[in-house]
Design a protein around this ligand. Structure first.
Ligand SMILES: Nc1ncnc2c1ncn2[C@@H]1O[C@H](COP(=O)(O)OP(=O)(O)OP(=O)(O)O)[C@@H](O)[C@H]1O
Ligand SMILES: [Mg+2]
Length: 263
């Protein structure tokens, strides 16, 4: 069933999505207003938008952790909560604050989602976690380290290995390079590019970092005014006349990164 669904062109279909949060005294905060978005198989779609525009909420809705107020989110043709209830593990997520369990070793962190399923013997789970550790470019000598003893770049890699432990076809990344120095950020992008190619992943990435954005994205979706105001290549998106886009892409920092784009 799931395999057949993998053949679909759209991995994620979002239609008429409204997200509202109560703000007391009968007031509501509207985060998404009739938002629509299709994510195609095999792409790296980057989501950009100001702080508080609902990027993380959107990822959580794709993961099935949060329900929309109205409208539909479908992942591989089904509501995400239904997929996870069937143990389909269609989606892996690298969370914004990369949180590893501080009392667990690297290997225990990576194995955690698999252990929770209680389907496989410990030995197999351990082997699967070791494979993922290697996949993110870390040797077995790191397996028994504790998170407090890892660099920021290593923490992101371990969190990525955990997101990949169930071999999901769809990977969600919330600010994967935030807080990394330029060298660590570049090497993390390189790792992501390789995994995307080798595993044939579909990737949805939230990023504020223009270098990461231009480096990895096959398409960019811009969130503003509670919806997707622009969708396409970097050039297409930058051609849209909107105050956020002018400020974000054509302000000093963005302009320099855009000039480095291949023509
Ligand atoms: N569970 C929740 N209950 C109430 N309000 C929420 C909840 N989750 C998010 N919000 C609100 O929804 C808005 C969007 O939040 P979200 O975390 O998606 O923003 P974001 O675009 O990821 O921002 P940032 O770039 O700073 O990470 C914010 O105003 C936030 O306070
Ligand atoms: Mg966020």
């Amino acid at each position: 069933m799931i395999d057949r669904l993998h053949e679909r062109d759209s991995v994620v279909e979002i239609r008429g999505l409204w997200t509202e949060f109560p703000r007391g005294r009968g007031q509501v905060q509207v985060v998404h207003r009739d938002l629509g978005l299709d994510i195609r198989r095999g792409e790296i779609l980057s989501l950009v938008g100001g702080s508080g525009t609902g990027k993380t909420v959107l990822l959580r809705q794709i993961l099935g952790l949060q329900a929309p107020t109205r409208g539909t989110v479908r992942v591989l043709g089904a509501p995400p909560a239904e997929l996870s209830a069937r143990g389909a593990a269609a989606v892996g997520m690298l969370f914004q604050h990369g949180a590893l369990f501080s009392a667990f070793s690297v290997l225990e962190n990576i194995a955690f989602p698999l252990r929770e399923l209680k389907l496989l013997p410990d030995e197999l789970i351990r082997d699967a976690a070791l494979v993922k550790l290697q996949m993110v470019g870390l040797g077995p000598e790191h397996a028994h380290k504790m998170p407090a003893n890892l660099s920021g770049g290593m923490i992101k890699r371990v969190a990525l290995a955990r997101a990949l432990i169930m071999d999901p076809p769809l990977l969600l990344l919330d600010e994967p390079t935030a807080g990394l120095d330029p060298a660590a950020s570049d090497s993390f992008c390189e790792l992501l590019r390789g995994l995307h190619r080798e595993l044939g992943l579909t990737v949805v990435m939230v990023t504020h970092d223009l270098d990461t954005l231009f480096d990895l994205s096959t398409r960019i979706a811009v969130l503003a005014d509670q919806r997707v105001i622009a969708l396409g290549s970097a050039r297409e998106v930058m051609a849209v006349d909107h105050p956020f886009i002018r400020e974000y892409f054509l302000g000093g920092r963005g302009h320099r990164a855009a000039l480095a784009l291949p023509s």
